[in-house]
Design a protein around this ligand. Sequence first.
Ligand code: SF4
Ligand code: SF4
Length: 405
Amino acid sequence: MQYREVQSTGDQVSILGYGGMRFPVVAGKIDEEKATEFLKKAIEAGVNYIDTAYFYHGGQSEIFLGKFLSSGYREQVKIATKMPPWSVQRASDLSKIFEDQRRKLKVDCIDYYLLHALNRETWTKFNSMNALTFLKTLKSERKIDHVGFSFHGDRTLFKEIIDAYPWDFCQIQYNLLDDLNQAGKAGLEYAASKGIAVFVMEPLRGGSLVKNLPEKVLEAYRAFDDTRSPAEWALRWIWNHPGVTMVLSGMTEQQHLQDNLLYAERSGIQIMSREELRIISDVKAVYHKLQKIPCTGCQYCMPCPFGVDIPRCFDLYNSVFLLNQKKMKGFYWLQLGGANGAPSYASLCKNCGKCLEHCPQSIQIPQRLIEVKTYMETPLMKPAIAGTQILLKVQKLFARPKKRL
Ligand code: SF4
Ligand code: SF4
């Protein structure tokens, strides 16, 4: 196994980390026997970082890992977990949740601790609760070793967050299709330039970079080497970046683990040849050609005064054609329907034209949003959103007393 350094502390982490979000499950619960076997094999092969979160597997992931660590593995791995913005209603919840996590994980010190899923809304919420001071205190008390955050916002916000605290690490979504989305390559390089370790999540974009690939993408890969898998191409490209410290992968099958260990072994910083990088450019070009809307996710058009998440609308619409995945229609209303905040779907556009002058791609945004609306917003979407919102409000009402953890 290869290791890369977390600059702020000199900690050496394996370039492949184990993503606990996708432990194998059976009958809706973690298949503990299988997950234990996979973890042992990964650790034997040199993986020394396991990532989990408060709500993974309905809260069972931390409990399972606590049992696993106390069976003799605590010293061999770094453990990471996250503070969930959805479960904190007031500042005092931060310490209650944190202590619950230490109890579940059966550890005195959590090696890597993250604010989970930062975007404008969750960042504002954490700041209103002085979460950064809270993290600073935990670090001074040696209850956490490294402080970081996972990120799902735009590049401007990413830079703002990076500059707001002496982070040890950050966790971003980064892959062949997302080098211009969210934090993107620019964000990755900005964090790295400040000595902040960058951990990558969704390296295979939830599997969509290895399944149902456009024929032209497969042809480009095969023309170079017909034995190298799309997964290896995608991972190798990420590890090729000097700013990347570690790639997290959820490995639900024994074969995934074996393959990823092999790919990690064969990877390196800037080892991809010009020819390989050309193939990656060709592959990206195929994807971009299949895109219906040439949006790069640059976010210059944002914010929309009527709440439309323009790049996300375009991204999900494009994904239907890029990845041949109709299920993106479901993601569309789940992500933009307002279940986790204000709605931000295409039909909220009022054609005010404010966004138009900012788009470097000269996209006729209001017109293209009509196209997105027509294709993605099925007649049942809005009643489904309204129903979900009512359900969430009712749940929140009844859950309130329990939140005093
Ligand atoms: S034209 Fe539509 S998407 Fe653009 S800023 Fe106005 S309301 Fe928002
Ligand atoms: S400005 Fe244009 S390219 Fe950039 S995110 Fe908005 S629509 Fe996409």
